[in-house]
Design a protein around this ligand. Structure first.
Ligand SMILES: Nc1ncnc2c1ncn2[C@@H]1O[C@H](COP(=O)(O)OP(=O)(O)OP(=O)(O)O)[C@@H](O)[C@H]1O
Length: 258
């Protein structure tokens, strides 16, 4: 289980994420929605360790990981789609994914011969590339991929690490219409496995409605609503937030509105 407790970050006087408490369970896909600037990406950054919290905590499987830097949180099983800056741009697509597969296997592969190591790692990396439909671009340098393919590569790298918690931040943004279903199918397949905790920041409400077991609404850094999709989306306070009307979590507590 992943938990945030009163998670908060301030940038000067601005509180971008404001005492957000929530728990995320394996087998559940939670969509995090909210208007632009609501704090969704910042909340992700606090969970993954890209940003240091001003106060509050993040727990993974009962362990307090709040003080851990991002790479150590990754090792504990928190998977955040890689940013392009974290790739090896001159290495091929396949090499990048192979390195991610290798880092997941860690010491376990040492027992095998070097040749077997390489063969198995490459086979596994190719399977991941097939899943995201990038196998035909395996030999190209990562930096040369068009935008949609780079987004697929980000997902491929996360899959190669096979974390306990998958965090997708607008995974289909900037993709062409024929590429979007590839990523959505993958997320659907992950969900069907029932053993992964999936967090999805997504603006497209049709995607959210189809995939989410639960919706968490952020508004001005605060948790405005948290619950099953139909229930949450029908709340007047949520509709107001989406229409951009003046509203705050304090004006309409979720308990009263539900
Ligand atoms: N490093 C930073 N320094 C200062 N302000 C920041 C920083 N990161 C985020 N913010 C501010 O925090 C607020 C929340 O931003 P965030 O990107 O998390 O929103 P979001 O909900 O993901 O928005 P969008 O849907 O547009 O991506 C915004 O007002 C943003 O300007």
């Amino acid at each position: 289980m992943l938990q945030t407790h009163d998670l908060t970050v301030r940038f000067g006087g601005h509180v971008a994420v404001d005492r957000v408490s929530a728990a995320f369970h394996a087998g559940t896909l939670t969509a995090i929605v909210g208007p632009n600037g609501a704090g969704k990406t910042t909340y992700f950054n606090l969970i993954s360790g890209q940003l240091k919290a001003t106060s509050g905590s993040v727990h993974l499987e009962g362990e307090d990981v709040t003080a851990l830097p991002a790479p150590l949180r990754t090792r504990r099983g928190l998977g955040r789609a890689f940013q392009l800056t974290q790739l090896f741009p001159r290495l091929s697509v396949l090499e990048n994914v192979r390195l991610a597969v290798q880092s997941r296997h860690g010491g376990a592969m040492k027992l095998l011969s070097v040749w077997l190591d390489q063969r198995e790692l490459i086979d596994e990396a190719m399977q991941v590339l097939q899943a995201v439909r990038l196998a035909d671009k395996a030999e190209l340098p990562a930096a040369g991929l068009p935008h949609g393919d780079q987004r697929k590569l980000e997902v491929a790298l996360m899959m190669a690490l096979d974390p306990k918690v998958y965090m997708f931040d607008e995974p289909t943004a900037g993709m062409s219409v024929d590429e979007v279903p590839v990523i959505l199918d993958l997320i659907r397949a992950l969900k069907e496995r029932r053993d992964k905790t999936i967090l999805l920041v997504e603006h497209k409400m049709d995607v959210v409605r189809e995939l989410a077991d639960r919706i968490l609404v952020l508004h001005q850094g605060q948790l405005l609503a948290d619950g099953p999709p139909a229930e949450v989306m029908s709340l007047p306070v949520v509709q107001s937030a989406y229409l951009g009307l003046e509203v705050s979590a304090a004006d309409a507590p979720i308990e009263e509105a539900a």
